[in-house]
Design a protein around this ligand. Sequence first.
Ligand code: ZN
Length: 335
Amino acid sequence: MMVNEWQIKQQICDVGKRMYDHGFVAANDGNISFRLGDGRFLCTPTGVSKGFLKPADIATVDDKGKQLAGPKPRTSEILLHLEIYHEIPKINAVCHAHPPHATAFAVAGVDLPSGILPEVEIFIGQVPIAAYDTPGSKSLAETILPHLKNNANTIILANHGVVTCDKDLQQAYFHIETLDMYCNILLLSKQIGKIRSLPETKVRELLDIKEGMGISDPRLECLQTHETNPEACVLAGSDEFLRGFSTVAIPQHTPDADGHGHGNGIAGTPSQAGQPQPTPVSSGTFPAIVAGRNIPGDEGLGSSSDTARKRAMEDEIERLVQVITDKLVQASGGP
Ligand SMILES: [Zn+2]
């Protein structure tokens, strides 16, 4: 592969500026790298804001992360980038940032739903959450391995941020934009009301488009292996966010064999994530567990005939949440 190193360094600076201007990184956060193809990699230096990078600042490292050139020490997160380059030969660019809306899901430990927005399905697909580990460590780099094996180009890092990768810098960076806008829209639409999922037939049409564009997706591979029984493949993603949240902590559980965990937060700590949301149970004056907007029998698009009944139920649940909050505040002697 012949690349003009100076041009790539300029592209890294451009991507850094866009990350900073979009608010995807604060201060000196985030890092960007590129595979030169001769066993060397370009990467951003540590301790420099991505908004003010100059091509001359960019460091060159070998495939173990050892610095070969550059006036400033390379990013401490290079091991995370190298893990991706080692695992997927077709990847040439990696970006890491802390975009606020996506990082909110990383902090809450709530899996992203899928089958909501067409472009998201096509360009980033189902986005997994990798378990937490200390930034800059070899163990953080290893947390993303199962997801890379599953062909993810966009991975949320629990309690940290996101890492994206693709064949060039622009594509890798665009995944951050797509992901953060998606998370922002999810959060906004939940405030307006109920989030409507696309029907499975329409998700399949999007996967066909994706296949035509040559973009891999674990769901496509599943459909190919199960040609005669496609119902064996789960096309819709986690419904955790759609169901809402519990005020009662549910113990953490481990990732599935395919690496798609369910709310992989910090090991050993309680998490709201990963368990089916119980329906409200009445115990005396208010239910012990408060459900979100999980309305039994609701099948997504087109189910608007009993909207009024559902709205009334949701309002009732909201009212109960308020009652409980007030009682908790009273009990704690606040506010
Ligand atoms: Zn970071």
